[in-house]
Ligand binder design. Structure first.
Ligand code: GDP
Length: 443
């Protein structure tokens, strides 16, 4: 960590690009290549000059003195003109001084973590914020970066620690049974609350990964038209992602701020595929893979055998019925409870746009976690919370059996598990390289 490192923190090709330098040698390096004044947190204007005195760029730079910088080290941020030529020459110039080396992926944020500027959960939130494509994902990541999750975890950690202390005291004094009794109530409360937090996390996972939606239905029912209308595009497949199996194509989009992935869209776009699979096989597959299934039925045609078969092949619990082509004369209507075949239904027209807002709302209602649920979005954190809850439950059982020592051990493990979320435990050190390795360079 003694090295001074540098990296371009922005993609090249914009008007401005940002070169970051961090480490003890940053000041000397900046003085050597930049002609402007160097003062803590001051934006100064100057020229970047190479060893031969040639001007590379005319630009501004900000100098941050340790520990008041992003990484907690001496740091410089140089805003250069954003061309590849300028960025490449500046990187060459910095490297040629021998005073700094190119930063590894995520190294700036890793240094910020190691220098105590943020904890592990906050560092992970930096990555989520950079990756966020939808408004709700951004909101959850920003809250985590602010320390929302960290403070919740630390309050649970504190409660566990107090239970441990109480148990330790009860163990020392075997006449004091009331203390241990209190502890078991607190233990079951802790277990319940941590489980609930992890449950909310499972629902919130969609904010990081995108909720997987499948659109199924008989040929010509209007699947392709609905997909286009929902993602407001007329042209097919703008951001195709190759799916896991042959022929599958996925498309990422955002519906009212919730990131979604439409799965198996090749089956929708490609009519040959549709004939081949007649919907049923696709529906079964979608039923397994999707978080939500949109089962389309044509409103202007009686429900047929094919529609029924498709309906029977999916998990009704995660299905929303969509009655299409409401601009045509309708023969299919939802029942008094707004359902078709027991499944909640929305009526839409992809041509006039009628019902699409209602459908979007219904989709979001099904998939989006509430703000209070969206505290945990990361699988690593969910696993740690679950792990802690399991240890606590084991501890409670051991405690009941009078095995205080063993219960105590389980609680220490539960504390470790919680602490791994923010990186306050030894075990967390092993995770550091893994977490920061998946960042991009310059962060
Ligand atoms: P898919 O085979 O299920 O993907 O169905 P398509 O989206 O290709 O649509 C089949 C036919 O129905 C096309 O001719 C569409 O123009 C038409 N269609 C789709 N949605 C609507 C709608 O809301 N109203 C009307 N009137 N026609 C529609």
């Amino acid at each position: 960590m003694d090295d001074t490192v540098f990296a371009l923190s922005t993609p090249v090709g914009g008007a401005i690009a940002l070169m970051r330098i961090s480490g003890a040698g940053s000041r000397a390096l900046l003085e050597r290549i930049f002609t402007g004044r160097i003062e803590h947190r001051r934006v100064s204007y100057g020229r970047i000059v190479d060893g031969a005195g040639e001007t590379l760029d005319v630009c501004s730079a900000v100098w941050f003195e340790a520990p008041n910088s992003y990484t907690g080290e001496d740091m410089a941020e140089i805003s250069i003109h954003g061309s590849y030529a300028v960025a490449a020459r500046l990187a060459e110039l910095i490297a040629s001084t021998g005073a700094a080396r190119p930063a590894d992926p995520g190294e700036f944020t890793k240094r910020a973590y190691l220098n105590g500027k943020m904890d592990l959960a906050q560092a992970e939130a930096v990555m989520d914020l950079i990756a966020s494509t939808a408004e709700r994902s951004r909101r959850a990541a920003a809250r985590q970066l602010e320390g929302g999750l960290s403070s919740i975890v630390s309050s649970y950690y504190g409660r566990l620690k107090r239970v441990c202390a109480r148990l330790a005291a009860a163990m020392d004094d075997d006449t004091d049974e009331i203390e241990a009794g209190d502890a078991s109530e607190e233990l079951s409360a802790l277990e319940r609350e941590l489980e609930a937090l992890a449950e909310g996390g499972l629902r919130s996972r969609v904010l990081r990964e995108g909720a997987r939606i499948a659109i199924i239905g008989s040929p010509n029912v209007g699947k392709s038209s609905l997909l286009n209308a929902l993602i407001m595009r007329d042209r097919a497949i703008v951001t195709p992602i190759p799916g896991t199996t042959r022929d599958t194509v996925e498309e990422a989009a955002s519906i009212d701020g919730v990131p979604v992935v439409f799965i198996d869209t090749a089956g929708i776009r490609d009519t040959r595929d549709e004939v081949e699979l007649i919907g049923i096989e696709r529906s079964k597959r979608a039923s397994g893979e999707a978080d939500l299934i949109l089962w389309l039925i044509e409103g202007s045609r009686e429900i047929g055998r094919g529609d029924e078969d498709i309906r029977a092949s999916v998990d009704a619990g995660k299905t929303l019925a969509v009655i299409t082509k409401s601009d045509l004369e309708q023969v299919v209507f939802p029942d008094a409870g707004g359902r078709i075949g027991g499944i909640p239904a929305v009526t839409v027209s992809s041509i006039t746009g009628e019902g699409l807002d209602e459908l979007r709302r219904a989709i979001v209602k099904r998939l989006a976690p509430s703000d209070s649920e969206a505290v945990v979005t990361n699988t690593r954190h969910i696993t740690a919370l679950r792990g802690a809850a399991e240890r606590i439950s084991a501890a409670a059982a051991l405690q009941q059996d009078g095995l205080g020592d063993a219960a105590f051990f389980e609680l220490r493990e539960a504390m470790e598990s919680l602490a791994s979320i923010t990186g306050r435990s030894d075990a967390a050190e092993d995770l550091v390289d893994e977490i920061f390795g998946s960042f991009c360079v310059g962060k």
